[in-house]
Design a binder for this molecule. Structure first.
Ligand code: 13P
Length: 256
């Protein structure tokens, strides 16, 4: 199995942007271009309160709805938390975990990311597990070893069967929201390395089937080159997912 056998996934991460009342107009702008070609999937990962509005707007579209975080707990006295079962009940298909913004601002560890991943799998939601180095780590030459430790920590105890349901997103922190995209070579190097780490954990065949996304200032202009890389199976898109430009990235995946 090679890249031709892996579907592409173009996922938007709205972060803490947009209002439920703005969703219909947003979708009107995006919808004409958001047609998915064969082997291409797409999802919008939106803030919790916006999930019903986005779900309603996207009814009839192949674009799925995702969340941006989940509690590691099933239920109970965890004020402010949202469980995987609650997300599944709303019809959420994907959920980002371990985003660098949550690691930085909410001190999320690989152990916690691992617990969240298990919670999502238990609820039948596809986890999009993020990893990626800081600029200091890149300059210090520890990118690959750091990303490997995040992958191994986040996937601890995950069976091969479950691994088939996990998506990995490589997002170098220095490329997020900065307009400074990793070059296609830099992104491919790390995504290819991640696939090698997965091969070490689960074997070559399984690793060849895992979707590995790139994220960090991906836009309508640079998407085609990034998506053309052998180990980049899609994108996790922040800023550009808030605009009709997101459809251009879907278009690039359709042609890839
Ligand atoms: P930008 O596309 O805005 O750089 O954000 C990337 C990101 O963090 C997606 O999760």
């Amino acid at each position: 199995m090679d890249k031709k056998n892996r579907n592409a996934l173009i996922a938007g991460n709205w972060k803490m942007n947009m209002l439920a009342s703005q969703v219909p107009a947003y979708w009107q702008g995006l919808e004409p271009g958001a047609k998915l070609g064969e082997g291409v999937s797409s999802a919008l990962c939106v803030p919790f309160p916006l999930i019903p509005a986005v779900k309603a707007a996207l009814a009839g579209s192949q674009v799925k709805v995702g969340a941006q975080d989940v509690s590691s707990h099933d239920k109970g006295a965890y004020t402010g938390e949202v469980s995987a079962a609650m997300l599944a009940d709303l019809g959420v298909d994907y959920c980002i975990i371990g985003h660098s913004e949550r690691r930085a601002y909410h001190a999320e560890s690989d152990e916690l990311v691992n617990e969240k991943l298990k919670a999502l799998l238990g609820a039948g939601i596809t986890p999009i597990m993020c990893c990626g180095e800081s600029l200091e780590q890149r300059d210090a030459g520890v990118t690959l070893s750091f990303v490997e430790s995040q992958i191994k920590g986040g996937l601890a105890g995950i069976s091969a069967e479950d691994m088939k349901k996990v998506v990995i997103a490589y997002e170098p922190i220095w490329a997020i929201g900065t307009g400074r995209t990793a070059t296609a070579e830099q992104a491919q190097e790390v995504c290819g390395y991640i696939r090698g780490v997965l091969a070490g954990l689960y074997g070559q065949e399984l690793a060849k089937g895992v979707q590995v996304l790139y994220g960090g200032s991906m836009n309508g202009k640079n998407a085609a080159e990034l998506l053309a890389q052998p180990d980049i199976d899609g994108g996790l898109i922040g800023g550009a997912s808030l605009k009709p430009e997101f459809a251009d990235i879907i278009g690039a995946a359709n042609e890839g």
